[in-house]
Design a protein around this ligand. Structure first.
Ligand code: NAD
Ligand code: COI
Length: 330
């Protein structure tokens, strides 16, 4: 059986090689994402394995189907960049990796929170300019004395609740369908969470219903000096409004691992080798903003699990027609 891998990153290669040594299926590995210019490489393969935050279009699914390919497994959690209706129409079945390491992302949110509460970004400019006195002047806040509002108490949100509560924070959570609620948080409605939290930490999927969940009104309702941390998806936050509330001094800071306009900026990056976007650059000017390139997941444990679990899903699809993590498309 032949498997084609797209979007392979350098740090995944060792895990693909290790997998190949213990499996009969042959992997053909490409660093490029799966799109309309690369889908032709899949002809003659039995299944496709991918990782990317740029779109999987209807045309890509139609072409895979034309090649007789029925199974795509992705190495990540989020499904927001897939045209699922088009996949279903083309007869392409998909599996993701729902839990490769929820702690990896939760720990990153805590890391961002501590950095912002202790105002470390604000020390960098003065230190670089040799102004020790100004660099040492930024009074921090303690996580253990703070109220943290976790929005979305699924796998990652629950891991975040455990970590924040371990620091002694008072943790509020909002989730309309929390499953088995993590008892270390007090569950409240979103308006109360926004009004009472010193830190608002997002862990909800970037589905259309959650578009701009954190809009101008939501940001306005947050406490003066509150911090927003988004390691979930860029489209959850209205970046124009976020910039307004940061520039006015209403918000105390923001940690953005998932940026609203990441996908179009990445498509330009593929053409030009330069990640540039006006609102990204405006955010980057602010010393109380921490921007990171969608790396909250990026640990050795997570990457190994992303490779192994997604390939296990694909082999299972190819050999039995079923995969434990199949995405049910309604
Ligand atoms: P999950 O499905 O286990 O949990 C999501 C939770 O959000 C669910 O409990 C759901 O009920 C809740 N929810 C949905 N809409 C909501 C809303 N409007 N308000 C409050 N709660 C809402 O998912 P997860 O594994 O915790 O992952 C969450 C998201 O994290 C993923 O969808 C993905 O976008 C993102 N993610 C980011 C990275 C990264 O590297 N930055 C890595 C993995 C996942
Ligand atoms: C996810 O797993 O959903 C992520 O956001 C990680 C990223 C590499 C796509």
């Amino acid at each position: 059986m032949k498997i084609i891998v797209y979007g392979a990153k350098l740090d995944e290669l060792a895990y693909f090689e290790a997998w190949q040594k213990t499996h009969a299926q042959t992997l053909t590995i490409h660093p490029e994402p799966l799109d309309e210019t690369t889908v032709g490489w899949a002809q003659g393969f039995d299944g496709v394995n991918c990782l990317q935050t740029t779109p999987y279009s209807a045309a890509v699914f139609a072409q895979l189907a034309a090649f007789g390919i029925h199974f795509l497994t992705i190495r990540n959690v989020g499904l927001d960049n897939l045209d699922l209706a088009a996949a279903k129409q083309a007869g392409i079945r998909i599996a993701n990796v729902p839990a490769y390491s929820p702690s990896a992302i939760a720990e990153f949110s805590v890391t961002m929170t501590l950095y912002l509460l202790r105002r470390l970004g604000e020390t960098r400019g003065p230190l670089a300019a040799g102004n020790w006195g100004q660099a040492a002047s930024f009074l921090g806040r303690e996580l253990g004395q703070s109220t943290v509002g976790v929005v979305g108490a699924g796998r990652i949100g629950q891991a975040a609740i455990r970590l924040f509560s371990g620091f002694g924070a008072n943790v509020l959570a909002y989730d309309p369908h929390p499953g088995h609620p993590e008892p270390r948080a007090t569950y409240v409605e979103l308006p109360q969470l926004l009004a009472e939290s010193d830190v608002v930490d997002l862990h909800v999927p970037g589905v259309p219903a959650n578009y701009h969940l954190i809009d101008d009104a939501a940001l306005k309702s947050m406490k003066p000096d509150a911090i927003l941390v988004n390691t979930a998806r860029g489209n959850l936050v209205d970046t124009t409004a976020l910039l307004k509330h940061l520039q006015s001094g209403h918000l105390g800071g923001a940690g953005i691992d998932t940026y609203e306009h990441e996908s179009p900026a990445l498509l330009r990056y593929e053409q030009t080798g330069m990640f540039s976007d006006p609102q990204w650059e405006a955010l980057a000017q602010l010393p109380n903003v921490l921007l990171t390139p969608h790396v909250a997941y990026h640990t050795a444990t997570a990457v190994q699990n992303m490779v192994n679990f997604s390939l296990a899903n694909l082999v299972s699809f190819l050999t039995s027609g079923e995969a434990v993590d199949e995405v049910i498309i309604k």
